[in-house]
Design a protein around this ligand. Structure first.
Ligand SMILES: NC(=O)c1ccc[n+]([C@@H]2O[C@H](COP(=O)([O-])OP(=O)(O)OC[C@H]3O[C@@H](n4cnc5c(N)ncnc54)[C@H](OP(=O)(O)O)[C@@H]3O)[C@@H](O)[C@H]2O)c1
Length: 295
């Protein structure tokens, strides 16, 4: 039997850009009403999806509502870039037991921002979406997406049946930390040196910095998790090789003069280290260098 969504409560999306747009496609396909939350005069958002070869996949029209026009929200998906999280949800009214999906890189960007009683669900994805010049969303890579942080809710089978390679891990910590560890090395270095990901394998100066960052990352994550594999540098080289010609999101943000996600990535590691009494000279320095170059 095909799993079906209970359609009583719509999903509201704050941050319906590339990732939020991808999530909207699957939430809609699973049968839920989907509403985009944005303080704008537009009342409809038209999304067009393409595959990596530019072939049209589908289109979707979603209602857009400003926060002030919304009733109490019981299902929210947050997919802004992390620096905009607080502002994006500030004027929303969430029901006391609202479910909140956080589809963002980094860790902790919603900490302290949700009413007690909310059910936060973390989403870690290896998929990649770009926007084309005409605004269409190009699904560059469809890879594993892990949801979790709580036991799976009753509606999970409906979404899983529509979201390719979606998996549930009640303890999502290991998946989050594995992604964050790679991001904490690859993103700031490619951003600061303004290079494609593959440069980490080619440039000795960048590789030397990568070793320091990876060693600190492994020390922090080993202190947090006795099972941490301690393989950050190996994973960084693996991803840098597999995505050699790609531009990291932090490099793209820096180039665009936009705020970066450094606080939710390297900042999270430094906060953990401070709690544990560990030194982080490499991460502290790279955060300062990124902040000096971004708004
Ligand atoms: N794109 C990917 O392939 C990918 C892959 C893995 C993880 N991620 C993660 O997913 C998250 C989202 O990234 P993204 O690439 O989807 O970013 P994005 O395309 O820039 O989308 C973010 C969206 O948030 C909107 N927004 C900003 N402030 C808002 C506010 N106050 N209220 C409502 N909406 C607001 C933006 O609208 P405006 O454009 O109008 O400002 C934009 O549509 C990030 O944490 C990123 O690291 C992305």
């Amino acid at each position: 039997m095909t799993a079906t969504a209970d359609t009583e409560a719509p999903w509201h999306i704050v941050g319906c850009g590339r990732m939020g747009g991808l999530a909207a496609r699957y939430l809609h396909a699973a049968g839920w009403p989907v509403v985009v939350v944005r303080d704008t005069s537009a009342t409809v958002l038209r999304l067009a999806y393409r595959d990596a070869d530019g072939r049209a996949l589908s289109t979707l029209e979603l209602p857009v509502r400003p926060p002030r026009a919304l009733p109490t929200i019981s299902r929210l998906l947050v997919a802004t870039k992390t620096p905009f999280t607080a502002k994006a949800i500030a004027s929303l009214t969430l029901s006391p037991e609202a479910t909140v999906l956080r589809l963002q890189n980094g860790i902790g960007s919603l900490d302290g921002l949700l009413p007690a009683g909310c059910r936060p669900i973390e989403v870690v994805t290896a998929s990649a979406v770009k926007s084309a010049a005409d605004g269409a969303l190009t699904v560059v890579a469809e890879n594993e997406t892990v949801f979790g942080g709580t036991p799976a809710p009753a509606w999970w089978p409906a979404l899983q049946s529509r979201w390719p390679q979606a998996d549930w891990q009640t303890d999502i910590g290991p998946a989050q930390r594995a992604k964050l560890a790679v991001n904490a090395v690859l993103n700031p270095l490619t951003a600061l040196y303004d290079v494609d990901n593959g440069a980490l394998l080619e440039r000795a100066d960048i590789a030397a910095e990568a070793r320091h960052l990876a060693a600190e990352t492994d020390a922090i994550l080993s202190a947090l998790d006795a099972d941490w594999p301690g393989n950050t540098l190996e994973r960084v080289y693996e991803i840098a090789g597999a995505t050699a010609a790609n531009m990291s999101s932090m490099r793209a943000d820096l180039r665009a003069g936009a705020a970066t996600e450094i606080s939710a990535i390297n900042g999270w590691l430094v906060d953990q280290a401070a709690r544990l009494g560990l030194a982080t000279p490499a991460h502290t320095a790279i955060i300062a260098r990124i902040r000096a170059r971004s708004p």
